[in-house]
Design a protein around this ligand. Structure first.
Ligand code: SGN
Ligand code: CA
Length: 522
């Protein structure tokens, strides 16, 4: 009697535990299916890559077939901008979906507060495997990433050091863009394949001082690039532009930037060259020495020398892009080869725009177009149609909310960006009418801090600290921002309206620094 009771009990237990097992299996499998449906996310962030050097943006300077491929198979954003046009602040904004005044990283001297929320932490919490590989430039230890391997600070082009998760530094022989891609593929091979992933690839290219891969040296030597029409800009009516220090003529250095060294000692003093191995150094010397000798023989000065510098700058910069683009192609090929393309979002963007001789400049920092506007292309199979061209205002601020939206994670209320996905929905969202900008750094290249807005037609700028004044541009009649209309007769009403919009934006993003400057009239 007891025995049979025991047996009966065991049968019930067995069948109920079977049921439980089945239920658990269904749950796990269901979860896995769900997990697999959630898209993987690859965000490739280059450094200082100008849209003027991307063929998908209509560049006549060069071809970028791999970046173009992302654009052709997805969307190209013609009006993508940044909130603060400089490296660390842009990355902090990408991570947090917040303006610099909220994430605390206002200039490159800041240290990122890694304890704050970020899209990486949100994704990780929701079951994504996350990684950041390459340039980071936020000074603090990455948080929210299951794996990271980063360049210290700006990093080096040749034989770069990387900081590993154990805090140890490791030097890897080779060219930085190739190595970052190798490390990316190594991580993709070793990731936990049961989870969706989010990978950020931070490229060093095309940051100053531009040094191409030895394989790409001389790619543009036969090309003569047309001078931008505003190359000899005199900056009339633009006080801040007058006091900057970023011209090709004066600021760009013959040795440091353009590798024109009078002797071996001078060459040895350049850390970026000095760290090369014998084979790399030999290849460099063989390439640069004849260029230097030819330049010396020509004995150029004045505008002729500036124009020579511009040509050589373009050759160096664009050759550096060639390797960047090739390695982006390797990422895309990896996704194809491993059957990941269909379920992976790929975003390519730069941390900001860059000057390729416009207004006589290199570098960035300004709210002016070439610096403010960044390249951004995105592929999202099944959600964004191939060949889409977007003319909506989008920002680096929108990356965090967009990836969270794609992953089905609620966007935290304090993120200040907006998901870009509704711009591609059946009932397309309207998009922004205005974008707000604030640049803080008052240091290298002498760009005065400033904030301002861009509307569909106008740009209103308030400079402060180094220069204290306003600028106003009608972008319809003056797309190159040469004619400051602020204070001119006939512009009183539009100026008043734009100031009201500026104030609304300052309130919207709770930018107390800007508010105080306007209140105090400093
Ligand atoms: C370095 C460069 C600058 C550049 C900043 C910021 N000088 O300081 O030309 O503007 O980085 O760039 S260099 O002599 O070190 O090359 S950013 O991409 O990090 O914002
Ligand atoms: Ca940068």
């Amino acid at each position: 009697m007891y025995k049979s009771l025991f047996r009966a009990k065991r049968m019930v237990l067995t069948s109920s535990s079977k049921l439980a097992t089945v239920a658990i299996l269904v749950f796990i499998l269901g979860n896995q299916c769900y997990a697999q449906k959630r898209p993987n996310i690859v965000i490739i962030i280059s450094d200082d890559h100008a849209y003027q050097a991307i063929s998908a943006y209509g560049s006549k300077l060069m071809q970028t077939p791999n970046i173009d491929r992302i654009a052709n198979e997805g969307v190209i954003f013609n009006k993508a901008y940044v909130t603060n046009s400089i490296c660390g602040p842009s990355r902090a904004t990408i991570l947090t979906g917040k303006y610099s005044n909220k994430n605390g990283f206002k200039d490159n001297d800041s240290k990122f507060d890694g304890d704050q929320d970020s899209f990486a932490k949100q994704l990780q919490h929701a079951g994504y495997e996350t990684a950041w590989i390459g340039k980071w430039h936020l000074e603090s230890t990455p948080q929210g990433f299951d794996y990271w391997k980063i360049l210290p600070g700006q990093g080096e082009y040749y034989n770069p050091d990387f900081i590993n998760m154990n805090g140890k530094t490791q030097r890897i022989e080779g060219y930085v863009s190739n190595i970052i891609e190798n490390e990316t593929e190594a991580w993709l091979n070793s990731r936990d394949k049961s989870k969706p992933f989010c990978l950020v690839v931070g490229h060093k290219a095309t940051h100053r001082t531009w040094i191409p891969d030895t394989a790409d040296l001389g790619r543009f030597d036969k090309v003569t690039f047309p001078l931008p029409h505003d190359f000899y800009d005199k900056y009339d009516n633009r006080e801040a532009a007058k006091v900057q220090d970023m011209t090709i003529a004066k600021t760009m250095l013959m040795g440091y930037d353009l590798k024109m060294f009078p002797d071996v000692d001078a060459e040895n003093r350049e850390g970026a060259i000095n760290r090369m191995n014998a084979a790399q150094r030999h290849r460099m010397d063989t390439y640069y020495k004849p260029i230097y000798e030819d330049l010396k023989a020509r004995n150029l000065s004045g505008n002729a020398l500036t124009e020579w510098k511009y040509q050589h700058y373009m050759q160096e910069y664009l050759s550096t892009v060639v390797s960047l683009d090739r390695n982006i192609g390797r990422t895309l090929d990896y996704l194809d080869k491993h059957n990941l393309t269909k379920n992976t979002i790929v975003i390519y963007m730069s941390d900001q725009g860059f000057y390729l001789g416009e207004h006589g400049w290199f570098d960035k920092r300004w709210i002016y177009e070439e610096s403010f506007r960044t390249p951004m292309v995105m592929r999202y199979p099944g959600k964004i149609k191939s060949g889409t061209r977007s003319n909506d205002f989008v920002l680096n601020l929108d990356i965090a909310p967009t990836v969270l939206d794609a992953a089905g994670i609620p966007i935290p209320k304090d993120m200040q960006g907006e998901s870009m996905l509704p711009l591609f929905a059946k009932n397309k969202a309207k998009g922004r009418d205005v974008i707000y900008y604030h640049y803080y750094e008052n240091g290298e290249h002498a760009v005065s801090p400033h904030f301002g807005i861009k509307t569909k037609r106008y740009k209103l700028i308030r400079f402060y600290t180094r220069v204290n004044n306003w600028e106003l541009y009608d972008l319809q009649t003056d797309p190159h921002e040469m004619n400051n209309l602020y204070g001119k007769k006939g512009y009183e009403t539009i100026t008043r309206q734009l100031k009201a919009t500026l104030n609304q934006q300052i309130d919207k993003f709770d930018d107390n620094d800007a508010r105080q400057i306007l209140i105090n009239g400093k």
